[in-house]
Design a binder for this molecule. Structure first.
Ligand code: COA
Length: 260
């Protein structure tokens, strides 16, 4: 990554930490920010030691949305391609082989809420705020809000949030199931790291297979999803990590799994 990139990427053993880093504009997602995020995701994908990712924001926002200044003068064709690019970047994040925890430290509005939804699950600071305020700007959500939000919280709540554009606090986000847990601002990253460490201590091939089939099964009829699981279960036995994990249990020792 460039030194002046809008996304900071650091690695700590099995953890890769992605920090959206455009604090003067509340980490708003311009074309450039999205391109930097794409680069970070590509680097993580190629780093075999990474078993888990935490994504957070620098300053008082997680991400306050797509860049309104950059969008105002777009024509319909350019708008479509901006939306498609955002979708492409978020899909690559969603499809990373290791889990991604969104640690939402502040505003997660519009594209910020959508970015958090492209992560596997969300931890929030008590200061976090969520919403899809796009209709107030005369547009629809463009990076997945009309699709991923309903899959996460149910269509009723999603429709209400999208049609009203209202902003909800962390407690409400917890109540509707948008976030898994809420922490004091100073505890958020420690808690995300604890969960990340727990994930990183599991069999990485197994975790990656779980993520793959949970993603692919979403929205499919149950028998189709279950068929994906049968296949994944068999594939888990192709890895030496299966024998390592089971032998360690039977020998009452701790498994050493290696990389994903
Ligand atoms: N796009 C572009 N710039 C943005 C932005 C966005 N989505 N969100 C914030 N910014 C910029 C502001 O324009 C301001 O820039 P400036 O200092 O050059 O004027 C800077 O970030 C700080 O934001 P500011 O509005 O002064 O902070 P605040 O604490 O008073 O308000 C928010 C915070 C999040 C309530 C407010 O910034 C906001 O409503 N942002 C837009 C949210 C939105 O509609 N997102 C969906 C976009 S599709």
């Amino acid at each position: 990554m460039r030194d002046d990139a809008f996304v900071r990427l650091t690695h700590e053993g099995p953890l890769s930490l992605v920090t959206m880093n455009r604090p003067d504009k509340l980490n708003a997602l311009s074309q450039e920010v999205l391109a930097d995020l794409k680069e970070a995701v590509t680097e993580i994908k190629g780093r075999r030691e990474t078993r888990v990712v935490i994504l957070t924001g620098e300053g008082k926002a997680f991400v306050a949305g797509a860049d309104i200044a950059g969008m105002r003068d777009l024509d319909p064709i350019a708008a479509r391609s901006f939306s498609a690019f955002g979708h492409q970047v978020f899909a690559s994040l969603e499809q990373l082989p290791c889990p991604v925890i969104a640690a939402v430290n502040g505003f997660a509005l519009g594209g910020g809420c959508e970015l958090a939804l492209a992560c596997d699950f969300i931890y929030a600071s008590e200061r976090a705020k969520f919403g899809q305020p796009e209709v107030g700007l005369g547009v629809t959500p463009g990076f997945g809000g009309t699709q991923r939000l309903g899959r996460r919280v149910g269509v009723g709540v999603a429709r209400e949030l999208v049609y009203t554009g209202k902003i909800i606090d962390a407690a409400e986000a917890l109540r509707v199931g948008l976030v898994n847990a809420v922490f004091a601002p100073e505890a958020l990253m420690d808690e995300a790291r604890k969960t990340a460490a727990l994930i990183a201590s599991q069999g990485p091939v197994a975790v990656a297979l779980c993520k793959e089939v949970m993603n692919q099964g979403e929205g499919r009829p149950l028998p189709d999803g279950n068929a994906l699981e049968v296949d994944a279960f068999g594939r888990a036995f192709e890895s030496p990590q299966q024998r390592e994990g089971m032998s360690a249990f039977l020998e009452k020792s701790k498994a050493t799994f290696g990389d994903r």
